[in-house]
Design a protein around this ligand. Structure first.
Ligand code: ATP
Ligand code: MG
Ligand code: FE
Length: 344
């Protein structure tokens, strides 16, 4: 089935064409980073307006790159939530309108379900597996039993890992979003020069806490006289990254142990992080399990990732009704609940 996929949950406007939930024919992403950078974070009202402008452009681009006209599209997949509600509504209303006008089914997909299954577009991973979601809004461990079957194993009790990266970057004056910048600096720093706490590392659970690490960085910066730069800045980035990565690695290993599974899939923007990739790859070699990372374009927000779940729901005869609304908050374990049986 040929699906047009649309995403606008945060500050990326994205459209993709995917065949059979596997073959990506196009994957177009228009980022609003420049619009929000000067505010140091996403401004919801601005995001909605920019999505409205960009959505028709990315759709046309996605169709053109796929070499298809809209008539060839057989179904529509849209991010229904979670996210900024005004932003979500842009893809939702557009997707419904296309589906209604063309008389084709549409499916409202959970954004994190998209992240968690994105790997299937590149490298089929057998279910069940443990999913480590590390993004701007989430740091969660899930047991993924199949499409639509997710069980939460653990989660952050405060900030998400991506949020911590962005806050650390901001307080160091590195710009927004700063995860990738901190990652780059960390590669040239000494991770043992400045040691930050590893919250909840030794607690026998699968939960995370990142606000403490961020506060420790803030306190460290306040104690310094003058600006931090050069090697000192690189060491600080490396010290922060080491603390974050160590906790993410340890809890992922514990999740594999608890579930008895040997497959770990990492997803979300922070899955681009080179320190995290190295650490988990090393642990996988030592521990005899498999670890999978999507390529960077499929880790951060994109529309193609929605196709994996949407295609499976449609194949089962499910689809969403046209009166379905966006959901700002939506627990992932409810993602597969609401599909009506569609008439063929
Ligand atoms: P969510 O998916 O939870 O709704 P989101 O969609 O905003 O949140 P993503 O697009 O998946 O999040 O990821 C963006 C986050 O990833 C940002 O916080 C960004 O700083 C972080 N990030 C991107 N690249 C890296 C990197 N190399 N190292 C660390 N963090 C990174
Ligand atoms: Mg984003
Ligand atoms: Fe995301």
């Amino acid at each position: 089935m040929l699906l047009l996929c649309l995403e606008s949950s945060c500050d990326e406007t994205a459209a993709a064409v995917v065949r059979d939930g596997r073959e990506v024919l196009s994957n177009v992403i228009a980022s609003q980073v420049d619009v929000h950078a000067r505010y140091g974070g996403v401004v919801p009202e601005l995001a909605s307006r920019k999505h409205l402008e960009a959505m028709p452009v990315v759709i046309e681009d996605a169709l053109e790159r796929a070499g298809l006209s809209i008539e060839a599209i057989e179904g529509v997949a849209v991010t229904r939530g979670p996210g900024l509600v005004g932003a979500l509504l842009v893809a939702l209303a557009t997707g419904k309108a296309i589906a209604f006008a063309r008389g084709i089914p549409w499916v409202g997909v959970h954004h994190i379900e998209g992240h968690a299954l994105a790997i299937q577009l590149e490298q089929p991973v057998e279910y069940p597996f443990v999913s480590l979601i590390v993004s701007g809004g989430h740091t969660h461990l899930y047991l993924v039993e199949g499409v639509g079957r997710y069980r939460i194993l653990g989660r952050t009790l405060d900030d998400a890992s991506g949020e911590a990266y962005d806050k650390v970057a901001k307080l160091l004056g590195l710009g927004y979003p700063g995860g990738a910048i901190v990652d780059r600096l960390a590669a040239e720093g000494d991770p043992e020069a400045i040691v930050f706490p590893r919250p909840l590392l030794h607690q026998d659970n699968l939960d995370f806490s990142f606000s403490g690490i961020k506060t420790a960085v803030l306190n460290y910066v306040k104690r310094q006289e003058g600006e931090i730069g050069g090697q000192h800045l690189k060491d600080l980035a490396a010290g922060f990254q080491r603390a974050a990565v160590e906790v993410l690695t340890a809890k992922s290993l514990r999740a594999l142990e608890r579930t008895g599974l040997r497959r770990l899939v990492v997803a979300g923007g922070v899955a681009c992080n080179r320190g995290l990739r190295q650490s988990l790859q090393k642990a996988a070699q030592a521990g005899g399990f498999e670890v999978y990372f999507p390529s960077p374009l499929l880790c951060t927000d994109n529309a193609a990732m929605l196709a994996v779940a949407a295609d499976a729901y449609l194949e089962r005869g499910g689809c969403s009704s046209l009166d379905l609304n966006a959901l700002a908050g939506w627990p992932l374990d409810r993602a597969g609940d609401e599909f009506a049986l569609c008439s063929p």
